[in-house]
Design a protein around this ligand. Structure first.
Ligand code: PLP
Length: 374
């Protein structure tokens, strides 16, 4: 069976973990945490980067930093992962779901202004498949209505919008290093803080509501409880693993992009014949090859394709179910139908894509898809 995903190991992970263990400094915010955070601050010019235990944690931190209160409204796509919404539901926010673009799962920026009310506190764009949402019009709305932008950049490591790194455009960005993402630490995440006036508070919320980080820099002579917070930081063992991945990020990205391009070339004829649609990358966005997906013409056809590929020992999978139709939310949803998102829920299929996938396997998968449709 060709799996849908297979975590890639650079070979240095265990060496760095052993080093972390031998240093007898295993809690968070040590040497490897700083190395990882410095990479993001130097490479992408994030004002502050904080490692977290997951992207979910980073989103929860952003929700606290944006000071979301019960009754505040937060706008986000319905076609996303539950954590995008849960981080704000935990603070008592009302979630306002928006539709996807017709030809891309990303949030349709043209629909946003109609959803804004005096209670709107934040917009949470999700850069689906690592491809940027159209950020400029969104930033204009944020300015006009005094709304925070929190980028769910879980899939968007090393991807750009008009030359700007994703996660570095809004007020905050949340990345994931879950084992299904481009660079991984099993579970793991990172919060990017892009506004100067949130940096101090972000460190405090990260360290259980204390000013411990400032204490360890020698800026204050004792530390204590100064704000709300939680334990959002991962241990040095996790950071050591992640650092090995970060060191190899160029190699990982290059390989993924070449596999993605090969899929695209081999399946373009199938798209030209109208059997499927291939992923779209707008001119303002780069492609970090997080995901290769197809959009089928119907839910039935997608199901048959998944079964056909399974019989050929290829594990292809669908993706999100629209959150406004979830068990948890369907009774609470009062907005209009979100048809584009529903279409991706029903018709989108993701193909295997991971570092150790071979070009022969991509050819085999592409040929299998062609033979299904012919
Ligand atoms: C993976 C993912 C998350 C959650 O990341 P974790 O690190 O598992 O918490 C959130 N949002 C999106 C869009 C994701 O793809």
């Amino acid at each position: 069976m060709i799996p849908f995903n297979q975590p890639f190991l650079t070979g240095k992970e265990t060496e760095y973990i052993v080093d972390a263990v031998n240093s007898k400094k295993l809690s968070g915010n040590g040497k490897y945490t700083k190395k990882c955070q410095s990479f993001f601050e130097d490479h992408y010019k994030f004002k502050k980067a904080l490692l977290t235990s997951s992207c979910t944690d980073a989103l929860e931190m952003a929700s606290l930093l944006a000071d979301i209160q019960p009754g505040d409204e937060v706008i986000m796509p319905t076609y996303t992962f539950v954590s995008t919404a849960n981080a704000f539901v935990l603070r008592g926010a009302t979630i306002v779901f928006a539709d996807s673009e017709k030809d891309h799962p990303n949030i349709d920026v043209n629909k946003l202004e109609g959803l804004i009310t005096p209670k709107t506190k934040a917009i949470v764009p999700v850069h689906y498949a690592g491809v940027a949402c159209d950020m400029d019009p969104m930033l204009e709305l944020a300015k006009k209505y005094d709304i925070k932008i929190i980028e769910d950049a879980a899939q968007a490591f090393d991807s750009f919008y008009k030359g700007k790194p994703l996660g570095g455009i809004g007020d905050f960005g949340a990345f994931s290093f879950h084992e299904t993402k481009n660079i991984i630490s099993g579970e793991g995440g990172l919060l990017s803080v892009n506004k100067d006036d949130s940096i101090g508070r972000s460190e405090i919320i990260w360290e259980k509501g204390t000013n411990r980080a400032a204490f360890f820099r020698g800026e204050i002579d004792k530390y204590g409880w100064v704000d709300v917070g939680s334990s959002f930081l991962p241990s040095e063992v996790v950071a050591a693993f992640l650092y090995a991945q970060i060191e190899n990020q160029e190699k990982i990205q290059t390989k993924r992009v070449s596999l993605w391009n090969q899929y695209y070339d081999q399946l373009s004829e199938t798209e030209a014949k109208g059997f499927v649609k291939l992923p779209k990358v707008p001119s303002y966005a780069t492609n970090n090859a997080h995901m290769f997906y197809l959009v089928c013409n119907s839910a039935e056809e997608r199901q048959k394709l998944i079964e056909y590929l399974r019989a050929k020992e290829i594990h292809a999978v669908f993706h999100y179910l629209s959150l406004h139709k979830s068990v948890f939310f369907q009774d609470k949803y009062k907005g209009e139908a979100l048809e584009n998102a529903d279409n991706f829920s029903q018709c989108l299929i993701r193909l295997p894509l991971y570092y150790d996938l071979t070009i022969q396997e991509v050819s085999y998968i592409s040929d299998s898809i062609k033979s299904f449709f012919e």
